[in-house]
Every structure is written in structure tokens, then in C-alpha cells.
Write a protein that binds this ligand. Structure first.
Ligand code: TRP
Length: 346
């Protein structure tokens, strides 16, 4: 069976964009047709200015929402990255295969570092090495497929390069993965700035619908979405990004088709109203399940404990093999006969 790995970074509250663009596909498709791991990648949340208590809170919330969205621990592995040491262990080894030039060429690094410097802040070294840790996340599990948004495609490309390079230099160790674009997922844009993606890290924005927004908040945000000049409802991503985004959201919520839906509406108001209700209905069961899970934190903790245990068992042999291949001396097992080592050292 194919192995699939993906991760969510606990740097903000999860959004409708995360759900329609990724999580729903993980729950409805990936966990059923593959051996899938879904990871709350908390180590990645430390690459920019962060508040420890907030990261902790968001990590727990992200894990709970993954389960609320329908990931079933009987079908897939849900866990927290920092619970499994293999990620950090492998990351260091991969740093010895990657080059600094490669890291500095990463678009996301260049953008984030520039933004940070503009604000007069300093850039954490981990922001530069982040893609190597991401490569370790993927390679540790021998993942074949990595469902991610196109903003992560370059990082998966780097992961492939590192896997191939390591295999050539030190012997075949890693599966070379590929990025996959979710088949049914929508690319949800910010309701206030339909040219940019509805990302969670932008934080409090009137154009972002969070998965845990109350129905009335959802309605207000959708009703206030920017539309385009013009009156008629047409589906045209370039020319009419605002209206097209609403059509796509409505289509994704109702399993419809945005072009077909555009013919149904005479006014922006009617489209907004139906879109708002569709989003409210889409989120209702996720929010209800989230509430149940929050009432039972011991259950969530147990799922994460078992997830980390399973993940560790999967990653361990590959990371050990990488250590041996690159020339690190294996540690003797406790209780094993060490006479040979002692006499050789003498
Ligand atoms: N970098 C990804 C993001 O910002 C999160 C991530 C970390 C990830 N490790 C991963 C995604 C491994 C897929 C596979 O969204």
C-alpha cells in the first residue's frame, strides 16, 4: 500500500482553506486508500517568533481538529512531530547532505526572511534549515506521496533531491517521494483579498473563516467578502477573483461545480447568502465533534500517544539505516556482548 505523509503547522487557527484544501481530502480519500500519517509539525512552529503557551495550545487544537475532521486513528496515524525523536535525528544527517546555497534559494525562506528583516527583527537559523526538517519528516517514513499546496512544492522537490543524493552517495536508503495535488480539494482564497490564499498564519483577518468560528461570525465574514465590479455572477478566476472564490467555496461545500453554479445566481447578495449557509452547514459536524473531543482530553491524548508510538516504530529502522550508511558507529545494544568492541579499542 502507498504511504502518504502530510503535516499541519500549529502557527495559527485552522481555516476553511486548510479544511477544503487538505484536511477533507485526507479524511475522505487518503486515509482509506493508503497507509497515511498526519502530523502536527510543532517543531516547525518554532522557526519564527513564537509564544510557547500559544504553540502548545494550537498544537493540541490542531490535533483535535484533525480528528474532528474525520481522521480515524484506526485507519491512519495522527501524531505530534516533537513526540518522535526520529525527525530531529534525521534532520541533522540530511543537513550534512544539503548545501547552504540550496537552502537560501527556497522561496518561502527568502520571503519570510525579507519580511522579518524589514521589521528589524532577526532571522532564526531554523527558518533557513526548515526545509531539511521537512525533508526528514517525509523521508523518515518512506512516504511515496505528500499531499501539499503548491506553496510547498519547492520543499518537496528539495526533499526528492536530498533523497536521491543520499542514496547515490551512501547507498539506497530513502524512498523518493512526490508531491500530490489533492484531487478534489479547492484552493480557497482570502475573502478580503481574493488574490492571496486563505492562510492561517495571517491571523485575525476578516477575510479568513476559521474552522471554529461561530455560525454568525461565518455569516458575517462571507456576507462582507469583497466582490468585483460588475453585477452579474460569472465564474472567471482572473477577471472576477472575488465572486469566483465564493463560487468555488459554495461548489466545494455542496459538491457542485463553480461554473454551473454561476448560472444559478442573479445577484452577489444571493450567492453570498447561500455560500454562508453552505459553509455553516459544512462546519457544523466538525465543530460538534470538536466539542465532544474537547470534553474528553484523555481520549485525544491517548490517540496521540499511540500515534507517536506507531510513528516511532515506522521511522526508527529508516533513520537507523541512514545513520549507518553515512558512517556513524552503531551503539551497542544494552546487554549485548561488547567484548569485541573492547578488545578492538584496546
Ligand atoms: N511546511 C509545511 C507547511 O508550511 C508543513 C510541513 C512540515 C509538512 N513538514 C511537512 C507538509 C511534511 C507535508 C509534509 O504547510
Amino acid at each position: 500500500m502507498k504511504r502518504v505523509f502530510s503535516g499541519v503547522k500549529p502557527t495559527g487557527h485552522l481555516t476553511l482553506g486548510n479544511y477544503l484544501g487538505a484536511m477533507r481530502q485526507w479524511a475522505e480519500v487518503d486515509q482509506h486508500r493508503s497507509d497515511a500519517l498526519f502530523c502536527v509539525v510543532d517543531l516547525h512552529a518554532l522557526t519564527v517568533d513564537h509564544d510557547p503557551a500559544r504553540v502548545r495550545r494550537l498544537s493540541r487544537q490542531a490535533a483535535t481538529l484533525l480528528l474532528a475532521a474525520g481522521l480515524d486513528p484506526e485507519l491512519c496515524t495522527v501524531f505530534v512531530q516533537s513526540h518522535v525523536d526520529e525527525h530531529a535525528r534525521l534532520s541533522y544527517v540530511l543537513e550534512c547532505v544539503a548545501t547552504d546555497g540550496e537552502m537560501r534559494r527556497m522561496i518561502q525562506y527568502k520571503e519570510k526572511a525579507a519580511r522579518e528583516r524589514e521589521r528589524g527583527g532577526s532571522v532564526r537559523l531554523s527558518l533557513l534549515t526548515y526545509p531539511v526538517l521537512m525533508a526528514a519528516d517525509i523521508l523518515a517514513y518512506g512516504a511515496d506521496e505528500v499531499p501539499v499546496g503548491d506553496d510547498q512544492a519547492q520543499h518537496v522537490e528539495l526533499t526528492r533531491d536530498l533523497a536521491v543524493r543520499f542514496n547515490q552517495r551512501y547507498g539506497h536508503t530513502f524512498v523518493v517521494p512526490r508531491a500530490t495535488v489533492p484531487a478534489v480539494a479547492a484552493r480557497v482564497m482570502n475573502l478580503q483579498e481574493p488574490a492571496s490564499k486563505m492562510g492561517k498564519s495571517d491571523d485575525v483577518g476578516p477575510g479568513i473563516v476559521y474552522l471554529l468560528d461561530e455560525p454568525d461570525v461565518v455569516r458575517k465574514k462571507v456576507m462582507r467578502a469583497v466582490t468585483d465590479s460588475g453585477q452579474d455572477v460569472v465564474y472567471d478566476r482572473e477577471g472576477r477573483p472575488g465572486v469566483s472564490n465564493l463560487l468555488e467555496i459554495l461548489a466545494a461545500c455542496t459538491n457542485g461545480n463553480p461554473a454551473d453554479l454561476s448560472g444559478v445566481y442573479e445577484s452577489y447578495g444571493a450567492l453570498k447568502k447561500d455560500t454562508a449557509e453552505a459553509v455553516v452547514e459544512l462546519l457544523r459536524p466538525v465543530q460538534a465533534r470538536h466539542k465532544e473531543l474537547c470534553a474528553d482530553p484523555a481520549y485525544v491524548e491517548e490517540v496521540l500517544r499511540r500515534g507517536a508510538e506507531k510513528a516511532r516504530a515506522m521511522a526508527r529502522p529508516t533513520v537507523d539505516a541512514a545513520y549507518r550508511a553515512i558512517g556513524l558507529l552503531p551503539a551497542a545494544e544494552t546487554g549485548a556482548v561488547t567484548g569485541a568492541v573492547v578488545s578492538a579499542a584496546g
